[in-house]
Design a protein around this ligand. Structure first.
Ligand SMILES: [Zn+2]
Length: 80
C-alpha cells in the first residue's frame, strides 16, 4: 500500500500535499475514518470534518473544514 507523502507547508505548521490528487486521497481517508468512528459511537457524523481541499499561496494542497462559501469569502477578502 502506497503512503501519501505530505510536508510541512510554509503557510502554516499543518501538513500540505504536493498535488491535488494526493490531498483528495488523504481527504477521502480522513472522512472514511471519521465515519467509521461515528458508526461505532452510534452518533451522527461530526459537522466539522474536513470536506474539501484547496491550494494555498505556496502552491501546496491542504485539507480544510471550511464550506465552499466561507472559503470563497476568505479568498475574496485576501484578494481585495
Ligand atoms: Zn500551504
Amino acid at each position: 500500500m502506497k503512503t501519501v507523502e505530505f510536508h510541512n507547508c510554509e503557510c502554516s505548521a499543518k501538513r500540505g500535499f504536493t498535488d491535488r490528487r494526493a490531498a483528495e486521497k488523504a481527504l477521502g481517508r480522513a472522512q472514511a475514518k471519521r465515519d467509521r468512528q461515528a458508526q461505532r459511537l452510534e452518533s451522527r457524523p461530526p459537522m466539522n470534518r474536513e470536506n474539501r481541499v484547496y491550494e494555498c499561496e505556496f502552491g501546496m494542497w491542504h485539507l480544510t473544514k471550511q464550506s465552499r462559501r466561507s472559503y470563497e469569502e476568505t479568498a475574496a477578502r485576501l484578494a481585495a
